[in-house]
Design a protein around this ligand. Sequence first.
Ligand code: NAP
Length: 307
Amino acid sequence: MYDVLIIGLGCAGYTAAIYTARYKLKTFIIGAEEGGMGMTAAEVGNWPGDIEVRGPDLMERFKKHALSFTDLVTHKITRVEKAEQADGGFRLTLQGGETVEGRTLIFAMGSNKRRLDVPGEAEFSGKGVTYCATCDAFFYRGRDVAVIGGGDSAVEGAAIAAQVARKVYLVHRRNEFRAEPYWVDEMKKRENIVFVLERNVVEILGDQKVTGVQLDKEFEGSPELRVDGVFIEVGSLPATALAKKMGCALDDRGFLRVDEAMRAGIPGVFGAGDVTSGSNRFAQFATAAGEGAVAANSVFNYLQTGA
Ligand code: NAP
């Protein structure tokens, strides 16, 4: 029986594991993929202490730090439930049937990219449609691409894609960006980015692979943009399926509801990072790490006092 089970191998999960291990709690950390959303950040310029660092490099350092205290397991979990024995606790079932039990639980599974839900999206997924401009832009050297969205992911993604693509269309449904002004400025410096504002993509066009996108309104005389790649960056949805199944409450936007101590409503269950309603839902490396630390501290207090 572990003291704490941590689900999620991203910034929040790794931080929680570093803290719980240093509290000398027997820690088990598991996740389907190492690094989480941090792996998609081409350049991180707001992680204190690093003027600029690549997301995958930062996550590798987090992992190495966590591994200096505890083992971690990469595996998919199919079920999370309360254990039946008298002293309570929780049980994880891994894909393949193996089970692991712990006295407390931290959900830190992050989020998954939101789909645009238009015709052609599923058909051309992996054939020109992808959900991470910063990860996949490299494959479109010298080609024309479209990035859809107006948040940090889209704007950063367009700026990065413009370093290799011939032309980048940034398609956004409004004429203002919600992205950090730093990235908006970086994007505006790129002469090969074409702003297609106050437009929605209504269909992804293709034949075997992507050939373009159909807009809801004409742009420069045509409702169609001819592109070889489409990066859909329209936000993320918290990965709450397992927590919801266990009976944890979600907020009005589907995030795992937590209090200021990162308690998730069921005694012994905590949350941290992008999956939660914490930090005013501001999804950053700094906030995820902070939430991981608070959740670990709350686990420590709970195991000592029961509160
Ligand atoms: P986001 O901030 O939620 O932005 C999503 C964007 O997609 C918005 O501009 C939104 O338009 C648009 N959108 C949503 N649904 C749409 C639809 N159905 N059709 C067309 N457009 C749609 O998501 P994100 O950019 O992925 O960022 C998520 C979180 O990660 C944020 O907290 C962000 O700060 C963080 N992040 C940070 C960095 C960084 O600091 N460098 C990098 C990446 C992500 P509206 O603006 O009109 O709502």
